[in-house]
Design a protein around this ligand. Structure first.
Ligand code: SF4
Ligand code: SF4
Length: 384
């Protein structure tokens, strides 16, 4: 994994400890979404389609820290929405770094240069800038011209101030392998590591036509990796996850590996899929019917090969089979020959559509809180 050695060591030690404790399920990365509001509206985004009353809600800094303590994962990724819109984001990150969590702050970078003063460079802090490809491709992906140039300018400004910066790219159908290869060359030139994942087919995303099937994902990544032979692209992934993307591993996902906490609570079963919420992390782990999710088990999981479901599987596999991980590191990703068998979809349970019900429930809670807040305010002013 192309990450600093101390990070690798800490995460390895954490995983070893979980193994010694005999834990069957444990988190590696907390996906903390302190808000859903964003200053972009990307066509493949399934995270921001909420009424204003929900988009205006924020998790407090204390709620964010409590979530990190409760979950115990050594890493915290902060996606959104756009986290830099959150007024307490500097404080939230400081509190997480003070807890010695590795923090990956995901941002579309529109506000990054303006808000850099809120942060201090640290071996525990990484900016992860959303870039889906080169200029033309990225600006189309985020539906706004000029965003690529602003993001690259912000990356350079952050690097100049001593921050560690990576990029995260979501790959959709229609992105040609040679273009992805040129994008990866560009990332090497500007000195950023890359986290790359096929987009999950969010049911609320405006563009439903460009999500990749698993077959297409595997063929596309084989083509990309074949173009990368002999190059030193800096992927922020384990070799086993890349090998999985190229169709060489028959993994099942590990949804509890990157649990998600947002204004609704702890999301069941994973960061990508919101089928219900638990009030505590313990409740999430103990009450989710894990066996009813995953490719081959549930229709909404049919085409998923996303990083947050399968990177934990690859990481656990590396701990269980270190020789396999070493072999792939030495051999490189296989880009030809037979693929691992595809998961049978014939017995998957049909999709359930619960989004509207969840939104209505949250809106009722918000209205109740506002009524109680107004009553308490009135009582206080009468007493004064
Ligand atoms: S993908 Fe990210 S940047 Fe784009 S709209 Fe969604 S949250 Fe915002
Ligand atoms: S396959 Fe796994 S990681 Fe992907 S959406 Fe389903 S439960 Fe989540």
């Amino acid at each position: 994994m192309a990450i600093p050695f101390h990070k690798e060591l800490r995460i390895g030690a954490y995983m070893f400890k979980q193994k010694l404790l005999g834990r069957k399920r444990y988190p590696l990365v907390l996906m903390l979404e302190p808000l859903f509001r964003c200053n972009l509206a990307c066509v493949g985004c399934g995270k921001i389609d909420y009424p204003d009353a929900i988009l205006n809600r924020r998790m407090s800094a204390q709620e964010c820290w409590d979530a990190a303590d409760e979950c115990g994962a050594p890493m915290v990724a902060i996606p959104g929405g756009e986290p830099l819109i959150h007024k307490e984001i500097g404080e939230i990150v400081r509190g997480l770094v003070a807890r010695k969590k590795f923090v990956s702050l995901c941002t579309n970078a529109l506000l990054l240069e303006k808000k850099l003063h809120l942060f201090e460079p640290s071996p525990f802090l990484f900016f992860s800038v959303h870039l889906d490809g080169l200029k033309e491709h990225h600006d189309a992906s985020v539906s706004q011209a000029g965003v690529f140039d602003r993001a690259v300018s912000a990356i350079k400004a952050a690097q100049a101030k001593g921050f560690a910066v990576n990029v995260n790219a979501t790959i959709f159908d229609g992105h040609a392998a040679p273009d992805i290869a040129k994008f990866l060359d560009f990332c090497s030139e500007i000195g950023v590591g890359v986290s790359m994942s096929p987009g999950y087919a969010y049911e609320r995303a405006p563009d439903q036509k460009h999500f990749l099937s698993r077959q297409k994902t595997k063929r596309l990544f084989r083509d990309v990796f074949a173009l990368g032979k002999g190059k030193k692209w800096n992927f922020l992934h384990s070799g086993l996850f890349l090998d999985f993307l190229a169709g060489n591993q028959d993994y099942e996902c590990t949804p509890w590996g990157m649990p998600a906490r947002n204004i609704f609570g702890w999301q069941k079963p994973c960061y990508l899929l919101g089928e219900g919420y638990a009030r505590t992390f313990k409740e999430l782990m103990e009450t989710t019917d894990w066996d009813s999710y995953g490719t081959g088990k549930y229709q909404k999981c049919a085409n998923c090969m996303a990083h947050c479901g399968y990177e934990p599987t690859a990481a656990l596999d590396a701990v269980r089979n270190p020789l396999r991980a070493i072999w792939i590191a030495l051999r490189g990703i296989r880009t030809s020959g037979p693929m691992a068998p595809e998961i049978d979809l014939s017995r998957q349970r049909p999709a359930q559509y619960v989004f509207s019900e969840q939104v209505q429930k949250k809106l009722s809670e918000i209205r109740r809180d506002e009524t109680l807040g107004a009553a308490a305010k009135k009582q206080a002013s009468t007493a004064a």
